[in-house]
Design a binder for this molecule. Sequence first.
Ligand code: ADP
Ligand code: ZN
Length: 738
Amino acid sequence: MSSESSDLFGEIFKAPALSRTVPVMVPLPAPSAYSYAVPEGMAVEAGSLVQVPLGPRQVIGVVWDGEGDGVDPKKLRPISHVFDCPPLTKEMRSFIEWVASYTLSPPGLVARMALRAPNAFEPEPMIEGLQFVGGFPDRMTPARGRVLEAASSAPSWTRTGLAHAAGVSPSVVDGLIAQGIFETIFLPPPPVVAKPDPDYAAPRLEGPQTSAAAELREEIAKGGFCVSLIDGVTGSGKTEVYFEAIAETLRRGKQVLILLPEIALTAGFLSRFEARFGSKPAEWHSDLAPRMREKVWRQAVMGEVRVVAGARSALFLPFEDLGLIVVDEEHDPAYKQEDRIFYNARDMAVVRARIGQFPVVLVSATPSVESRVNGQSGRYRTVHLPTRFGDAALPDLHLLDMRRHPPERGGFLSPLLVREIGRTKEKGEQSLLFLNRRGYAPLTLCRVCGHRFQCPQCSSWLVEHRFRQQIQCHQCGYSQPTPEACPECGTLDHLVACGPGVERIAEEVERHFPEARTIVLSSDITGGVKRLRMELDAIAEGQADIVIGTQLVAKGHNFPLMTLVGIIDADLGLANGDPRAAERTFQLLSQVTGRAGRTGLKSRGLIQTYQPQHPVMQAIVSGDVEAFYEREVVERERAHLPPFGRLASIIVSAETRQDAEGYARAMRANAPHASGIDLLGPAEAPLALVRGRYRFRLLVHARRHCDMQAFLRKLMESAPKIRGTLHVQVDVDPQSFL
Ligand code: ADP
Ligand code: ZN
């Protein structure tokens, strides 16, 4: 090799000059950002999305705030690439840090939630299009004439788009291209959804809706951070009202995020939005195809998508200029993520709005006690919608005392409920039977020896699914074919199902009404979300007489012919040791019974209970919602429970019981002292065994103004080093106490 060429190679492969260092947040469970060198000539700023070497790999990352750590840039590895993407805003970076600090999570893992579409960090490729050049074809045909006419309505077209608009086959367009009438150009990729028009089809608001919408518009016009709570009965027009807040935000040129608890099931919501704004919002949830996900992410960052309707994870989308978040069904437990990063999207939406200095609107027919209290104290502005829209009346609700009207032997439906279902069917209307339990029976036992079927890896019973001929664990998904003989005593055909699930209720319904069209809906449905949407549409179109379902059917659907709701077991959620048990039951029962009578037909709700005197049952039938909330608030305040105090749960799990318990005890023994903060436990968690891991729980109970996070941090620091298979999970503001 000549000396010249070796010089040339030396020049090409010379290490780039390194000018300075910057911190880069990588999507890993590291406690903070790592430092990298910036090659000479590379332009990065805080927020830039980059690729960096990490060990043997290349990973994505975000240039973070602050200077490098003073290390000589030459000693650091350089950033390998800067993506052609707008940087994460200061607002977004602060939000990520805030969430990390509040939930005691590594900031890199929180950042990862904002970077869920790495393939969208580079611009979308241009697509081929056509432009009218001028001139006339050699031979004019009617088809060609239609193409030329259609083309004149827009400056550029795609080949198939133009053919479609002209109602001709693409070959006609090809003929015109060949003659030079059109030329090929490159166009930016089309938006995933057209821009919504705030004035497309504004409704005529009525009564309290008018002032409610005016109040929200006023808040939005004022700008800045504020929280409004729309508290209105089911069917009162809450959606119509917050649509006006969205319209106002769009008029001001800002983007909007709508959070929904069960986005995959809300096809109805999307069409409604389209009817109001002339186009659908972009969707964001886990069922989105990857390609679509990337497009929505990119277009939200670029500001092309103006409105996103999404599940809780949409809260971490890096919008270009977000100006409003709406949290529909703000009380819904689905907003709490309990996996890796434990956060409540409702609460974090308020935080994001505060950091970004824009309004947030919380919406519910049964607000959380937390939001009600914030409304009463004036921190949130409450907007009331006390009556249903139009001539729709709320259903007439009755308790069925199951001690006085017991079901037939082996059944679960009171004769009064059965009679009502029959009458409803005769009128050509629909009934909904609600039971929040999947499968056929929650417990199977052997009549001879008493053996109960339990999951081999969890402390939970195996649930019979008769349709699939399986018994399953609802904790870990373990399943086995339903056995014919008892594994303990070997007796054949003496296994009995205890208690009902939706499948068993369906069996009972079929016994009473063999000719009725019955649909069972739960997350066990085969065919996924698509099938579920089809079934829900079928019900809305009146293609079923009796629907038996879990909470999947309780959320947000409009079934015009549904005039009877039967609650099979209203007591189900009351006895689980959860401080929110009464609130949750009240919310769920209100929501389910609220499915009835949404279009003006007279409707009823029958609630089967063994505790008709319970405050929740009384609140539901008396309609005295205020009294119920007042009592809850007083109880919570007395016990310093949220929102008057704060909770965190710490779950220690390990492969042996001894390891888990030992570590939890050591944690407790080394715990720091803080006034106003109690550390309770450790105790075996109610679900003591999950997927073969033993679990112990410590509970932190803090007075309202204590710095619980500081305490938790010290607690973690002073605990012994985590070894082996041990895992410690902190859950701030826990929703689940299992
Ligand atoms: P909510 O969100 O409180 O359950 P919705 O906004 O879904 O209530 O309203 C219930 C029903 O009443 C819907 O079908 C809705 O289209 C209709 N509705 C409510 N307000 C109006 C209005 N001002 N004009 C026309 N229809 C309305
Ligand atoms: Zn299990």
